[in-house]
Design a protein. Sequence first.
Lengths: 145, 678
Amino acid sequence: MAENSDFEPNIVAFLCNWCSYAGADLAGTSRIQYPSNVRVIRVMCSGRVNPLFVMNALQQGADGVLISGCHPGDCHYMQGNYYARRRFNLMRNFLEYLGVEPQRVRMSWVSASEGAKWKEVIEEVVNGVKEVGPMDQFKRRQLNW
Amino acid sequence: MNGKPKIGVYVCHCGTNIAGTVNVEEVVQFAQTLPDVVVARNYSYMCSDPGQALITDDIANMGLNRVVVASCSPRMHEPTFRKTLLSGGLNPYYLEMANIREQCSWVHDDPIAATEKAKRVVEAAVVKARRLEALDVKEVDVEPSCLIIGAGIAGIQAALDIADAGFKVYLVEKSPTVGGHMAQLDKTFPTLDCSACILTPKMVDVANHPNIELMTYSQVEEIGGYIGNFDIKVRKKSRFVDMDKCTGCGDCAAECRLAGRIPNEFDEGIGMRGAIYLPFPQAVPAKYTIDKENCLFLTKGKCGESPKCKDACKAGAINFDLTDEVVEFKVGTIIVATGYDVFDARMKPEYGYGVYDNVLTALEFERMVNASGPTGGKVVMLERGKKKKKKEGEEVEAPKAPQSVTFIQCVGSRDKSVGNEYCSRVCCMYTAKLAHLVKDKVGHDCEVTVFYMDVRAFGKGFEEFYDRVRREGVKYIRGNPSEIYKKGDKLVVRAEDTLTATPLEHETDMVVLSVGLCPRSDNREIIDLLKLSQSSDLFYLEAHPKLRPVDTASDGVYLAGVCQGPKDIPDAVAQAKGAASAAMIPMASGKVKVEAQTSVVNEETCRGCGFCVELCPFTAIELVEINRMGWPVKVARVNEALCKGCGACAAACLSGSIQQRSFKDVQLLPQIKALGVK
């Protein structure tokens, strides 16, 4: 993909309620400024994120997807983030096979106290997606919910 | 309530917190164009009474059946607005929040980008709200008992408060005695009351209280269940002493072949004990413990002809065949009061702790000035045993008192080089107290110098006390020493007086390092048991820094004392009382609401593969046999009392038959679309 300096990617993020969503809230409370490209869907646990959601987001027009949960061992539900990590690894192989650049779909661990890390993650994701340009591998299939 | 969704959208200004960046008017106009939105309004503070009244009035007058509030984080005000819906006669789960403050207006300074994002987030909330369903809030009974982990002053105070209120308390302490760090202290700042005098009565009270079951030398091994019904497993480590028979006379300890050869943890290694010991004379329970790591009989299988302690014990209490005992019980609530470790001064090698005999930590010095401590309360120059081996070398106390004592502040606090950015909050004042005690015990001609960065005397009576100590002749020099080295008999502190910009070399007999408070090195054990979070300083994280300082993200689990962050005794006691009262709320009401956003199975389509059963971390799902059109088939069924609503099953179901309420595929997919489309 050609680099396009005007390109502002659209990124959908799935955040677990207990760590990453709280960490993103803390970034807000601390008034840490970061790019506005990432829009958040709150789930109770990163283990709720069905790989289907990621595919769906990319189909719907998102240029990138971020899944963020508690650090390994810190999951509020004990194992959910491990499930998320396994699914993510399998899905990444599949996406690679489909020709989707690995920069588009990311996973991170952000705890409730890591507001500053949340900013770093966002910047990394946004810059990564900017490098690969708009998502146009999948034919747009607008669903009417 | 059924039929077509009628959605009200309420966009909050939050003063200028949101409206300062996000064009609220524009968001409202946009919301009005969204499907099923009947009304969209904005208001300065939605969480205020008039703000909430807007919602209830619209429910009554316009027949709203879904509500979207675009304001702060749902982690902040979701409970507030759920109650609003309830008071308006609507099921509270018909609420969806759009976070346009913490994750929008506060983090994006470009008004256009922020407004654009706010619109998207509001749209995502509206499309989800269209699909929301009413949920039943179920209640479960709460076991009227509390587990308290740690019996320092915080744990003791919480235990007494809860027990006095009539609830059962299980107080579990890792070490052989209750009391914690406070029991090690001599005097307390700024009032100089004797620590033991105010603590020991409470220690005795927890041991004797009819509602408190005290388990010392014990560790929590397993915690299962949830608020109201936690299942606890505690290992009572064997003391090899029959608790019922031991009279606490001490004949055994006097006879122990290792008596005086093992550093006593309670005395911070300045004093010595034997393999059978009582940590200190006022220990509660006053029962002896055999240290199985060191006891000759337990490590080598042989102790002379026969173990001398056993021969000496007239009560016949010593029994080397005793084993650990594991007890199980149920509690409704849990208070974590596990305290702290003092900073390991070896991490600052420039101060020579562990190298020079007379470089002490403040806690070691505290033991030395304590009348019941290893030196009987005398401040004396130390000659530490040649440390070839732990057991070797008797402590020989030099009778000489130091002519000068120097304190160094902020050792391990406010120091990025050791990873501790925080202020430990107690060191300035305990130093002032110890400085006073040096003047008091050694005499006024003993020169006392304090090297400090800033003196933080913020509490009640602190500044006055700091003033008094300076008037007593304690010299304060502003500067952070770079090095300590030995010159003849003296120690030399190299520093810069930053107020006069003068480099100086200060000679002294004894250096006391004012070490800070650190999270317990075994913090991880409790985190694994209870799924607690840590703040960036690695102390346990409270649910909200301002408004929920004793709660945690886990319902029914509360924090007390320094395990949450450094504090002095009054603050730890205050927090313990707060945690006790928080824990008593569910216990007193006897009922607690359980998670409503649980998983639910569509038994028509479930094919009974059992994948979700394997996956569920809470064993909340089981396979049951049902009759489907005359055929017995297996399907998954969720035990809602056990389901915590993580949704791991929903993500894994091959047929989409198991779904998490409020986070169903049909509720999340429209959100994804709303956010994904450009």
